[in-house]
Design a protein around this ligand. Structure first.
Ligand SMILES: Nc1ncnc2c1ncn2[C@@H]1O[C@H](COP(=O)(O)OP(=O)(O)OP(=O)(O)O)[C@@H](O)[C@H]1O
Ligand SMILES: [Mg+2]
Length: 256
């Protein structure tokens, strides 16, 4: 199963959610792969803790190789990084992705990621894809490669307005490129239970029939601390409320 975490708005929690769900998945015993598709490489940094110079070229090397090849049906391998956490592997991102993007667009490489992941399905039970904050080549590649999309949402009124456009764009992509894609749900992040506005906004989204998932993720400084420590919350602070919310969200998605 392949889950992509996407919202073109920056800073809504895509990387934090992709990494923490992947870590919960791995700790629950699923062989789990996280694919970082963002040139900012935040997920790579979080899960590997490597200095920028030591990060394997990962997904950028894979895409670079697809540009160099001329043969039909040629298969390209990819370097997979084994994290310090059991069952959790990463295909790393680097800044090179930004340079490669126009070339990949010009050469119509939009289906390459899906083909790569097809070859990895036997090895991984769960694949999580972290995306950049734009509907660019990499985000579209991920949406074509995935079968479910999670949309992080921060209860901001600008985000709300953008949500309808985002859902329409995902629908269009599904119709044109990936019939298997479904919206698994909207993940509320940094929810403030004591403020009335966020709850009102969520009530109205639900009333409109939008698939807001019933587990809301709160805000906690532990998130940033866990980034600093390069340790997902399930390892950094297993008993914390936010960690438990990630476990609940994961169990809900997995039907446990
Ligand atoms: N539940 C949370 N509680 C507290 N801080 C959070 C939470 N979720 C995310 N953050 C913080 O918000 C910031 C943005 O999060 P993150 O990088 O995961 O978002 P993103 O959508 O991946 O951003 P980008 O669009 O730049 O890729 C980070 O500093 C992160 O630590
Ligand atoms: Mg991110």
């Amino acid at each position: 199963m392949r889950r992509v975490v996407f919202n073109q708005k920056g800073g809504v929690g895509k990387s934090s959610i992709a990494c923490n769900l992947a870590a919960v998945s791995a700790s629950a015993g699923y062989r789990t792969l996280l694919v970082d598709l963002d040139a900012q490489a935040n997920a790579t940094q979080y899960l590997t803790g490597l200095a920028a110079d030591d990060v394997p070229a990962g997904i950028a090397a894979f895409f670079r190789n697809t540009l160099a090849s001329s043969g039909f049906g040629k298969k390209h391998a990819v370097d997979i990084y084994e994290t310090a956490f059991d069952n959790l592997h990463v295909i790393t991102a680097t800044a090179e992705l930004a340079d490669l993007q126009p070339k990949l667009e010009a050469k119509h490489k939009i289906n390459k990621l899906r083909k790569l992941l097809d070859t990895l399905d036997g090895e991984y039970e769960r694949i999580y894809l972290d995306t950049p904050p734009a509907l660019n080549f990499y985000a579209v590649s991920a949406l074509i490669a995935a079968d479910r999309v999670l949309i992080p949402f921060d209860c901001d009124s600008f985000s709300r307005q953008a949500l309808y456009g985002l859902i329409a764009e995902i629908g269009e992509l599904r119709d044109d490129h990936n019939e298997a894609l479904s919206i698994e749900g909207i993940v509320v992040n940094q929810f403030q239970p004591r403020a009335s506005l966020p709850q009102k906004m969520l009530d109205s989204l639900l009333a409109e029939g939008l698939p807001v998932l019933p587990v809301y993720l709160g805000a906690s400084i532990r998130m940033r601390e866990s980034h600093e420590a390069n340790m997902p919350l399930i390892h950094f602070d297993p008993r914390h409320k936010l960690t438990q919310q990630f476990v609940e969200l994961h169990d809900l998605l997995e039907g446990h």
